[in-house]
Each structure stands twice: as structure tokens, then as C-alpha cells.
Design a protein around this ligand. Sequence first.
Ligand code: NDP
Length: 228
Amino acid sequence: MKNILITGANRGIGLGLTRYYLDAGHHVYATARDPGDAEFSSMTQDFGDRFVPLQLEVTSESSIAALIPALAGTELDLVINNAGILPNEPLGRWTSDAFKSAMEVNTIGPALLAQALIPLMSENSILANISSGLGSCGLNINPETGLDAYAASKAALNMVTRRLACKPETGQMIVVAFDPGWVKTRIGGEEAELTVNESVSDLVATIERLAPDQSGLFLSRKGEPIPW
Ligand code: NDP
């Protein structure tokens, strides 16, 4: 049984990952901004104390700090930085707020959470940052859309991933960034190619077979390297 922490676990890909790992018998520390939400907290009925709902607002340093006592004595095997937002503003209507909020949620939050949790992570644990193909400078997907702040924040998350993988503090850990694919969620929309379950089953299979020499890479959900 592994100890797994997943952010943004109350819906979308985060909820899919949470349900997958609970069904597989693991212990999931599932963070949400509102862990008291009836549907989310009712998972305790199905999974008992293997489901641990925790409050986390990733933009709040005090909220991140409050996780540490809640995790006291726990050694984490897998942390998935999944929470994210998708500001959408076309050029001409760009705002500082959209760029700042994208960076706060998609880059700074995951970076500060990683910093706080690395001391609680086991020697051979995995830190997976959920990025996006839009964060690839090489692919430069859909530059005509208004997803510029989002793309910039995910490119910055990729850089955080790459740098974390090289820190002495992460030692033998594997640190990766993933593109989960285009998934039917509030962020992906109804037109997306994949169901949550399709994305999640690829992601968990790839996480399962990650090798130490893949640390520091930006990978598709199937484990293929993506250009930076
Ligand atoms: P959803 O919108 O369904 O889920 C987003 C999750 O992030 C929710 O749980 C939400 O919580 C949480 N969240 C948002 N802001 C914060 C915050 N400030 N603090 C804590 N939690 C927060 O989208 P997805 O499941 O699709 O997204 C999951 C990840 O996958 C994101 O990082 C996204 O960028 C990435 N991704 C998704 C793609 C897709 O096609 N769906 C494609 C590429 C990447 P709340 O309910 O409280 O708002």
C-alpha cells in the first residue's frame, strides 16, 4: 500500500486519479479547496480511512504549511501536483490578473507545495507535476487562441520540474511533468478527445513504470518525451 497525495482531487483528472488509487488499495491524501463538499467527503463511506480529505488552496502559503502537521508521521510515495486553472483571454484583452492567477495556481503553488513536501517524501518516491502540451515551447500548440497565460504558466512549471529534478534535496526521487492529453473536464471541455478514465489509466500505467533516468523529463501520458 502506497501513500499518495493528489491536489485538486475533488473533480476532473484529480478525482479520477484519486478513485483509481483508492480502488487499487492505496492510501490517498486527497486535497480540495472545499473538502467538506458532500460528494467528495462521502468517499469516506466507500474507502474508510484510506481516503484522507485535506483542505488546500494552492495559492496560500499558510494553507500549504497547514498540510505538514496533518501529514505528520506519513512518508509519501507519490505526490501529484494536479490542481490548475485555465484563464482564456485573447491578445488585445490580456490582463495582469489572468497572467498572475495562472502563475499563482499553475506554477508557484506546485513549486511551493513540492518544497514543503519533499522532506516527507520517501527516498524513491515520485513527484508528478500535471503540465500541458500547451506548455511546450517546441510544439507551440494553438498560438491563435487566448490560452497564452495558461501556456506560459505551464512552461514555467516545466522549468520548475526540470530544476527540482536536479536538486540534491530530491536525491533518488523521480520528478516529472506530464501532459495528460486533451480530457473532458471543466478545463478540457466537452469536445475533448479523452475521458477522464482514459487519461488516468495511461497516466497511472506510465507512473508505475517510470525509471530513474526519466527524472527531469516532460512526458506524454503514455510516457513519450515531449519537446520543451
Ligand atoms: P478541472 O477544472 O476539472 O479541475 C481543476 C482542479 O483544480 C479542481 O479540483 C479545482 O478545485 C482545482 N483548483 C483550481 N484552482 C485551485 C486552487 N487555487 N487551489 C487548489 N485547487 C485548485 O480540470 P482538469 O481535471 O482538466 O485539470 C487537472 C490538471 O490537468 C490541471 O493542472 C490542468 O491544467 C491539466 N490539464 C488538463 C487538460 C484537459 O484537457 N483537461 C489538458 C492539459 C492539462 P475547485 O473545484 O475548488 O475549483
